[in-house]
Design a protein. Structure first.
Ligand code: GDP
Ligand code: IMO
Ligand code: MG
Length: 424
C-alpha cells in the first residue's frame, strides 16, 4: 500500500502530524519536493520536532527515510537536522537515502533570494529566504547547477564551482552591488558537506522501485500546499516546485499509478504565510482569535500566519487537480469558542457565481466570497476520540465541508499530539 500526503491549502496544514501517524504502518517515508522552506511539526510525547528537510518519518527509529530527486537540499541544514535527531537518540545511519540527483542549495542561492526580495520592495513574494527559487532556477537553467552526486568527485566539483562563483559574483556585483563570494570558503564548506553526506547519497529511484517490488509500503510526504504549486497555484505568489501531488511522480521517479491512496491535508480554516491573494482572509479579531488559539506562527520563519475561513472553492480545486481520495482535516479544536463560523461555498466574479477556483491572480483579486454561516460550539474537544462524541455543531461543520468539497473527511485533528486524532 503506497500513500501520498499533500497539503490542500497554502501550506502548514498539519502534514507533519498526519505523516507521523501514518508512518507507523509504512516502511519508507519520502520527501519529493521543496527544500528547507518547509517546516513540519511532529509532537511525540513531550518532544516537539520541527523538520525542514528530513521526512517526518525520521522521528520513528525503524522508519526508512528518502529524500527524492525533486528536493532542493541545503547541505548545512540537513546536517544540522541529522545531528539534532542524533542527540535525541535517533540515528539516521543506514535508514536515510538522499537522491544523487537532488539539487544543492548553496550560499549564493540564499543571497540571491534575499537580493531579489529586497529589490521587489512592497511587491515581494515573501519567500522564506532559503534559496529555493534561485536553486530551482539553476536546476532548470542547467548550466550552473550542482547536484548532490557532484559531491562524489571533489576535483570535478571544484572546477564547476569556480565557474559558478565567478559567474554569480559578476551578476551580483552588477545587479546588487554586492561583495564577491569567496570560492575558497565555499569549497571548504563543500568538502565538509561531502564528507558528512556521502554515505547517504544513492539512486533513490532504483531504491524505491526495488522496495516497492519487494512489498514495502511507501508514504510520500508533500511539502508546502497545492495553492503554492508553481504551475497550479496562485502564481507568482507560490513556491518554485510542483508542491501539489502532481509533483510526486517527477520528484521521486515513482509513477502516480503506483500510489493507492492520495490523502489531502487541510485545516478546518485557512492560513497563509507570505504575500498573495487570500479570498477568505480575516484581517480582524476573528483572524487574531484563530492565530492565538491555533498558535499560527511559521515553523520555519516564525512569521505570524494570515488566517481566514475555510474556503471550499479552493479546496475543491486542489482535491480535483490532486486526485485526492480523502481529506485529513486538522485543527478542528482551534475553532472552538467561535459563536458563528463561516465557510466559503462559492465565489462571485463580476456578479457571476462560480465554484471553480481561478488560480489566475488577476481574476482571483476580483472574487467576492459567498459564505454559509453555521453555529459554533463551546465544548473542549481536545480529548474526543470518536466522531459521534463531538458536539453536534462540530459534527455538522465537518459534514458540511464534506458536502461542499465532495470528499470524505476520514481523519480529524483535535490537537497537536498523536492521540488527539479522530479516525472515521
Ligand atoms: P505542516 O507544514 O503541514 O507540517 O504544518 P506545520 O507543522 O507547519 O503547522 C501545523 C501546526 O499545527 C503544528 O504546530 C502542529 O503541531 C499543529 N497541529 C497539527 N494538527 C493539529 C490539530 O489538529 N490541532 C492543533 N491545535 N494543532 C495541530
Ligand atoms: P510547509 O511544508 C507555508 C511560502 C512562503 C512564500 C512562498 C514562496 O511547512 O507547509 P519560498 O521560500 O518557497 O520561495 O517561498 O511560499 N512557503 C510556505 N508557506 N508552508 C510552507 O511549507 C511553505 N514553503 C514556502 O511563505 O509565501
Ligand atoms: Mg509548515
Amino acid at each position: 500500500m503506497n500513500t501520498c500526503i499533500t497539503g490542500l491549502q497554502w501550506g502548514d496544514e498539519g502534514k507533519g502530524k498526519v505523516v507521523d501517524i501514518l508512518a507507523e504502518k509504512s516502511d519508507i517515508v519520502v520527501r519529493y519536493s521543496g527544500g528547507a522552506n518547509a517546516g513540519h511539526t511532529v509532537v511525540v510525547g513531550d518532544n516537539k520536532f520541527a523538520l525542514h528537510l528530513l521526512p517526518s518519518g525520521s522521528v520513528r527509529p525503524e522508519t526508512i527515510c528518502v529524500i527524492g530527486n525533486g528536493v532542493v537540499l541545503d547541505p548545512a541544514g540537513i546536517i544540522e537536522e541529522i545531528e539534532t535527531l542524533e542527540q535525541q537518540g535517533l540515528s539516521l545511519n543506514n535508514r536515510l537515502f538522499i537522491s544523487e540527483n537532488a539539487h544543492v542549495v548553496l550560499d549564493y542561492h540564499k543571497k540571491e533570494d534575499q537580493y531579489r526580495e529586497d529589490s521587489l520592495g512592497k511587491n515581494k513574494i515573501g519567500t522564506t529566504i532559503r534559496g529555493i527559487g534561485p536553486c530551482y532556477a539553476d536546476k532548470i537553467g542547467r548550466s550552473f547547477a550542482v547536484r548532490l552526486g557532484d559531491f562524489r568527485n571533489l576535483d570535478k566539483l571544484s572546477d564547476k564551482l569556480k565557474i559558478i562563483v565567478e559567474y554569480k559574483n559578476k551578476l551580483f556585483a552588477a545587479l546588487y552591488d554586492s561583495e564577491p563570494l569567496s570560492f575558497d570558503e565555499l569549497f571548504e564548506k563543500c568538502k565538509i558537506y561531502a564528507d558528512r553526506l556521502i554515505g547517504f547519497i544513492t539512486d533513490t529511484t532504483e531504491y524505491l522501485h526495488d522496495s516497492i517490488t519487494h512489498g514495502k509500503s511507501v508514504l510520500f510526504e508533500g511539502a508546502q500546499g497545492a495553492l503554492l504549486d508553481l504551475d497550479h497555484g496562485t502564481f507568482p505568489f507560490v513556491t518554485s516546485s510542483n508542491s501539489s501531488s502532481l509533483g510526486m511522480p517527477a520528484g521521486s521517479g515513482v509513477p502516480a499509478k503506483m500510489v493507492d491512496e492520495f490523502i489531502g491535508v487541510a485545516k478546518a480554516y485557512t492560513t497563509r504565510v507570505g504575500a498573495g491573494p487570500f479570498p477568505t482572509e480575516q484581517d480582524n479579531e476573528v483572524g487574531q482569535y484563530i492565530r492565538d488559539k491555533g498558535n499560527e506562527y511559521g515553523t520555519t520563519t516564525g512569521r505570524p500566519r494570515r488566517c481566514g475561513w475555510f474556503d471550499s472553492v479552493a479546496v475543491s480545486y486542489t482535491t480535483t487537480i490532486g486526485s485526492i481520495d480523502s481529506i485529513a482535516m486538522m485543527h478542528l479544536d482551534t475553532l472552538t469558542g467561535l459563536k458563528e463560523i463561516n465557510i466559503c461555498k462559492a465565489y462571485k466574479i463580476n456578479g457571476r457565481q462560480t465554484s471553480f477556483f481561478p488560480a489566475n491572480i488577476d481574476r482571483l483579486a476580483n472574487v467576492e466570497c459567498v459564505y454559509e454561516t453555521v453555529p459554533g460550539w463551546e465544548e473542549d474537544i481536545t480529548d474526543v476520540k470518536d466522531f459521534h462524541d463531538l458536539p453536534l455543531n462540530a459534527q455538522n461543520y465537518v459534514i458540511l465541508i464534506e458536502e461542499l468539497t465532495r470528499e470524505p473527511i476520514t481523519i480529524i485533528g483535535v490537537g497537536p499530539k498523536r492521540n488527539q486524532t479522530i479516525f472515521r
